[in-house]
Design a protein around this ligand. Structure first.
Ligand code: CA
Length: 227
């Protein structure tokens, strides 16, 4: 799912058509407020963000906010703009945009940039081998080791651990976990999270690693080496 934040209907339609032809699903927002509302509904894979938007906040403001906030820090952002001055380009990348496309752009260029960014984002996730608290998770081979021992996990428990181990020492609510681990547009009860956390702990307990998944009363869960 790609979130397109663009106020000009003609440009938005062109982008939408291009995305559909390339096989991407998309949702649109016309300003920062609408973009916020879409983001609250579910996490997109990427944001195409116009720099100049109506209202008090620009695309640049939103890009900066997304980078500051925990849940959207690693969300890929491509800035769209009519400006092409070099210092603007630098400013855009400064706020944390992953790429920058100057209008007018061709559909082909747009798709090529999106593919490149998504590939990069995907690789970062998949190739990483992460070790925390005696647990090693390898996304490429889909393997989890506790020291020398193989830990066998179901697919959802693997995804859950994969998210936790990459985002340690932060508390996530059940809703946030549903959004980040199960993905947007899933309509499942947030007690599902508890079920899978319980299974994950059970799988980790023979190795004494279940203590890493901590319950924060009234808030949610945290993955941490500290007690
Ligand atoms: Ca605009």
């Amino acid at each position: 799912m790609i979130l397109v934040v663009e106020d000009e209907p003609a440009v938005r339609d062109m982008i939408g058509m291009t995305l559909e032809q390339a096989g991407y699903q998309w949702v649109a927002a016309g300003d920062v407020g609408e973009a916020r509302a879409r983001l609250a509904e579910g996490r997109p894979d990427l944001v195409l963000l116009d720099w100049m938007l109506p209202g008090t906040q620009s695309g640049l403001d939103l890009a900066r906010q997304l980078r500051r906030e925990e849940l959207t820090r690693d969300l890929p952002v491509i800035l769209l703009t009519a400006r092409d001055a070099e210092d603007d380009k630098i400013r855009g990348l400064d706020v944390g945009a992953d790429d920058y496309i100057t209008k007018p752009f061709s559909p082909r260029e747009l798709v090529a940039r999106i593919k490149a960014i998504l590939r990069r984002a995907g690789q970062d996730e998949e190739e990483a081998v992460v070790t925390v608290g005696g647990l090693t998770l390898d996304s490429a081979s889909h393997r989890v080791m506790a020291g020398e021992n193989k830990v066998s996990l179901g697919p959802t428990e693997f995804k859950l651990l994969s998210f936790f181990i990459r985002h340690p020492d932060r508390v996530y609510s059940r809703d946030q976990l549903l959004d980040r681990v199960w993905g947007s547009n899933v309509y499942i009860d947030d007690r599902t999270v508890d079920v899978h956390v319980r299974r994950l702990r059970k799988a980790l307990s023979p190795f004494g690693c279940d203590r890493l998944i901590q319950t924060v009363r009234g808030v949610g869960y945290r993955f941490s080496e500290q007690e």
